[in-house]
Design a protein around this ligand. Structure first.
Ligand SMILES: *Cc1c(COP(=O)(O)O)cnc(C)c1O
Length: 375
């Protein structure tokens, strides 16, 4: 039995009627740009993330870019972030004209080290971007406390609906920072039928600025206070996402159950040090956008090849940390400089974790991993 890394058709089969009906309502109304469908999703995502405002935009990358523009970040500025993330987190820093400053990660959660972020601060630092990697929130409140006075942009592309206990209170992904950003790329836990993104904030002035920036920088049509972008959330996507949103909680629960199943099944291998199962900090509830093993001792690639031959899909998120990417050579980082990010890149392997996995598929993955280590 083949087990793909992600099977979007399995999920679609369970919600086909409601998503297609939602699409048809937009098609029949012929209201494609912004409008009521987008406003409805903005309200729902703001409510989910305990924030005052939601601002839809074209994708999760633009959400980060627009967030920086709304904070007046540009040429000559520095923005501190993690190198162990999807490219967009730092590509956007470059694209607003600022300089990415990379700091290392906590080896257990793979998320940015708050103390390292604080230590990298200079007079030019204008923001910090923690990333909630693989569905587990970064220590956003600790980053904010360590970098007191600096705006925080939480890249929550992989963590919509994730929570974290802070001072005895449950806080949602996107709730704590100055600005939180989400992606609705199809492989995220809440994925559209194409690209989409959302920005959340508690700040009225920032929200108003973001609503202008996504429509070429003009609050009034054809009058432009500043140069913005064409970055709107498509009404068709918003309608699909609103139809899917009520299922998000159950899907994330199923992902956590699948993760617990793997954790138990791999406990023996974890005990011998052959691999490490994902660590979720006790204060966190992860949405497991990925279930990511560490395979030390240079055996990761061999395990991936072995599983591939058995029809099991896996992926390496991410094989080369951003401080070592050719496009960032101009920043002058060297191998060895951010050792935990580099070690993670060499050891991680993500297994199928999507909610619709059957017991048989889970057992197939478990058997494949065990067979490799028994060789
Ligand atoms: C997916 C992702 C993005 C970008 O989202 P897009 O919608 O694909 O532009 C940004 N950051 C992280 C961490 C992501 O996983």
């Amino acid at each position: 039995m083949a087990v793909p890394l992600l099977d979007l058709r399995a999920q679609h089969a369970t919600i086909r009627e409601e998503t297609v009906a939602a699409l048809l309502r937009i098609v029949d109304a012929q209201t494609f740009i912004l409008g009521e469908a987008v406003v409805e999703l903005e309200r729902a995502v703001a409510a989910l993330s305990h924030t005052k405002h939601g601002i839809g935009c074209a994708n999760g990358t633009d959400a980060i870019l627009l967030a920086m523009r709304a904070l007046d970040i540009g040429r000559g500025d520095e923005v501190v972030t993690t190198p162990f993330t999807f490219f967009a987190t730092a590509g956007t820093i470059h694209n607003v004209g600022a300089t990415p400053v990379f700091v290392d990660i906590e080896p257990d959660t793979f998320n940015i080290l708050p103390a390292a972020a604080a230590a990298a601060r200079t007079s030019r630092t204008k923001a910090v971007i923690p990333v909630d990697l693989f569905g587990q929130m970064a220590a956003v409140e600790q980053v904010a406390a360590a970098c007191r006075g600096l705006p925080i942009i939480e890249d929550a592309a992989q963590s919509i609906g994730a929570r974290r206990m802070v001072d005895g209170e449950s806080r949602m992904a996107g709730e704590i920072p100055t600005i939180g950003t989400f992606s609705f790329f199809p492989s995220k836990n809440l994925g559209g039928f194409g690209d989409g993104g959302m920005i959340v904030t508690q700040d009225d002035a920032i929200a108003e600025r973001l609503r202008r920036l996504r429509v070429h920088g003009g609050a009034k049509q054809y009058f432009h206070d500043e140069v913005g972008y064409n970055s709107r959330l498509d009404a068709l996507q918003a309608a699909v996402l609103s139809a899917k949103l009520p299922h998000l909680g159950a899907w994330s629960t199923k992902r956590r159950e699948n993760a617990a199943y793997y954790d138990a099944a791999f406990a023996d291998l974890a005990g011998t040090g052959a691999l490490t199962t994902p660590f979720v900090a006790p204060e966190n509830e992860s949405i497991f956008n990925q279930y990511t093993l560490r395979v030390p001792g240079g055996r990761r690639d061999a395990l991936q090849t072995f599983l591939k031959e058995r029809g099991i899909g896996t992926s390496i998120y991410y094989p080369l940390p951003l401080h070592l990417q050719p496009c960032f050579a101009y920043l002058g980082y060297e191998r060895g400089q951010l050792p935990e990010s580099e070690r993670a890149a060499a050891e991680v392997l993500s297994l199928p974790i999507f909610p619709e996995l059957t017991r048989g598929q889970l057992d197939e993955v478990v058997a494949g991993v065990h067979a490799f280590f028994k060789k």
